[in-house]
Design a binder for this molecule. Structure first.
Ligand code: T46
Length: 137
């Protein structure tokens, strides 16, 4: 898996005079079965979140409100995204280090995950992550 797999997905959006509606179905609009949903909110503007990689987890990040920046690193290349639309989701494949920063004051980051929470799936040490990502472990 590499950064090339991490792309912004356009989600369905129905718009009329009463507003917008978007929806997401497993394996239809996202490439996995959604097994967990969580969200980040009331994040101070100078706070940084993430700072880890996942062994197997796949995720979709959506800016339900406001905006934030996502910095991705696969051990070889880096890429950054600004998420600011509730009708777009950033797909993050396994073995990607992610940092989230520059949250706007009203930002809500919705996350759809392919598995239940499992601390053993996390790389919390960047050097260990780099070694694993480069096949050195
Ligand atoms: C990611 C970014 C975008 C749980 O108990 N269950 C959960 O499902 C999650 C996500 C977290 N937690 C606990 C574990 C920690 O004690 O909540 C606490 C805060 O989690 P963490 O420091 O990992 O939060 P973030 O915002 O740095 O990272 C989270 C996700 O963990 C991570 O997978 O990609 O959001």
């Amino acid at each position: 898996m590499s950064l090339n797999n991490c792309v912004v997905l356009n989600l369905p959006r129905f718009t009329n005079a009463e507003g917008n509606l978007s929806f997401i179905e497993s394996h239809v609009h996202v490439p996995f079965a959604i097994q967990r949903v969580y969200y980040l909110y009331d994040v101070p503007q100078n706070a940084q979140r993430g700072a880890h990689g996942h062994r197997d987890l796949q995720q979709i990040l959506i800016a339900l409100a406001g905006s934030f920046h996502v910095f991705l690193d696969d051990g070889y290349k880096k890429k950054s995204f600004i998420l600011d639309s509730p009708s777009q989701g950033l797909y993050i494949c396994p073995m990607i280090w992610r940092d989230l920063a520059h949250f706007s004051s009203n930002a809500v980051c919705l996350v759809l995950a392919s598995a239940p929470y499992d601390e053993n799936d996390y790389f919390r040490d960047k050097e260990v992550f780099y070694a694993a990502a480069r096949g050195e472990l």
